[in-house]
Design a protein around this ligand. Structure first.
Ligand SMILES: Cc1cc2nc3c(=O)[nH]c(=O)nc-3n(C[C@H](O)[C@H](O)[C@H](O)COP(=O)(O)OP(=O)(O)OC[C@H]3O[C@@H](n4cnc5c(N)ncnc54)[C@H](O)[C@@H]3O)c2cc1C
Length: 402
């Protein structure tokens, strides 16, 4: 039987995160939206948290053990993925751009922990690592990247351009995707750990953005950038077929539900704000009221609440599946497609209903409307998520349905 009650420890953790978001993120939310690119120094508090700077080495026993599906050996579990989803939503209720600015929590850190060797985790584990996939001619179709990596003796030599990299300036290192064999297509795409300060690796510029302005986004140029041979993540071998690339893309099955949780956090902030504004005008939400007697604002409010519930359930399912070693490619994309899109619609409608209060920079509603848009763009746009859902449902591969 499905039990949708939150376990007590999860509820406590969620409340703690919400309190942190309220006391730490909200008070500086507007400040760093306006001071675009400036690092929020208040976040240094997180640098000292053990979870941020002491990544665990892999347990060989666990790595070697065959993965058990949910239900066996003690049944379904509520694990790290779901825990992270709840914290992410709560913190993004405070400010999504500040969450993206948390030290040592870049997308590259997730990739290092997912596929890095113990030696790489030892060398890079305490660093803040960004992830550079996108190029001027390659975004959604990440298998078509043209940055190259050529092995020369004990070094890889990287050349190319990477754009729209989150945490570009603040990070200490970047996971750069490059092809070791362009003719091999997706099979030739590999990822490499590149440290800041390496000759030939240059931060070219930072972007001025619509939303998540506290998060720094930039362009890198790689010009004969030489890195040690053992900075490749995973195997250098180019295997025929797309299995290797699928493995790299698997990181997204864990991170897309996280983006969905970010969207849920922003949407819930906007809905809470609307409720406060309605209560200020003396309106009282009465869930027992007959549906035929609801006014248009009440109707809109209840519909948004229901949408948020659907966004959350899809997100939780995707993360729960990851925790239980179930393949969640379909569910991860469903959660991001739904939450990314709905967050933009909800924040916009809240601004509509609130009128000048929604539009004014005195309040955060207009900021949430700007911040939410990125949730439907990065880590795969909404259209790309729909494509992945369609491929899963129709049982077609990426060359059969593009
Ligand atoms: C603030 C910000 C932060 C970012 N951070 C990072 C980062 O840290 N690292 C990184 O590597 N990238 C990052 N990106 C890049 C982001 O992941 C890409 O913008 C995104 O993947 C889309 O790629 P694109 O911009 O090249 O659009 P394109 O791929 O050119 O797509 C343009 C439009 O066409 C649609 N489209 C494309 N292909 C199809 C298709 N087959 N079917 C239907 N529609 C399609 C897309 O949905 C989109 O609407 C960031 C972007 C932004 C704005």
């Amino acid at each position: 039987m499905i039990d949708l009650n939150m376990p007590e420890k999860v509820e406590t953790m969620q409340n703690n995160m919400k309190n942190l978001a309220r006391s730490m993120f909200r008070p500086i939310s507007r400040k760093y939206d306006e001071a675009e690119h400036e690092y929020p120094k208040e976040l240094d508090f997180f640098r000292n948290l053990p979870i941020m700077n002491k990544p665990k080495k892999k347990d060989p026993a666990k790595t070697a053990a065959p993965k058990k599906p949910a239900g066996e050996d003690g049944g379904a579990k509520l694990g790290a993925n779901l825990g992270l989803i709840f914290s992410t939503e709560a913190l993004c209720w405070g400010d999504a751009a500040l969450l993206l600015s948390l030290p040592n929590a870049g997308l590259g850190n997730a990739a290092l922990l997912a596929v890095g060797t113990d030696e790489q985790i030892e060398r890079f584990g305490k660093k803040w690592i960004a992830m550079a996939i996108t190029e001027p001619q390659s975004g959604s179709d990440s298998g078509s990247i043209s940055t190259t990596a050529v092995l020369e003796g004990d070094e890889w030599v990287l050349n190319g351009e990477k754009i729209f990299v989150t945490c570009a300036e603040r990070s200490d290192a970047v996971v750069v995707w490059a092809t070791v064999d362009k003719a091999a297509g997706k099979a030739g795409v590999k990822s490499f750990l590149v440290e800041k300060g390496t000759p030939g690796f240059k931060l070219e510029k930072l972007e001025h953005k619509l939303g998540i302005r506290a998060s720094d986004t930039g362009t890198f140029l790689l010009n004969n950038c030489r890195i040690p041979k053992n900075n490749i993540l995973g195997s250098a071998e180019v295997k025929q077929g797309t299995e290797g690339f699928k493995g790299v893309m698997k990181t997204f099955d864990n991170t897309r539900p996280l983006v969905a949780a970010m969207a849920n956090g922003i949407a819930s902030a906007a809905i809470d704000f609307l409720k406060e504004q309605l209560e200020k005008t003396g309106a009282k939400l009465d869930y027992k009221k007959n549906v035929h007697n609801l006014d248009s604002v009440e109707k809109a409010y209840y519909r948004m609440e229901a949408e948020l519930e659907a966004m959350r359930l899809l997100t939780w399912r995707a993360a729960w599946m990851a925790d239980n070693q179930l393949s969640n490619n379909l569910e991860a994309s469903m959660s991001k497609a739904k939450a990314g899109r709905m967050a933009t619609l909800i924040t916009q409608e809240v601004c509509d209903i609130c009128g000048p209060v929604g539009y004014s920079r005195k309040y955060l509603a207009e900021k949430w409307m700007r911040d939410s848009k990125i949730m439907d763009i990065f880590e795969g746009t909404g259209q790309i998520q729909h494509l992945i859902v369609a491929r899963n449902v129709l049982k077609l591969n990426s060359s059969e349905l593009r």
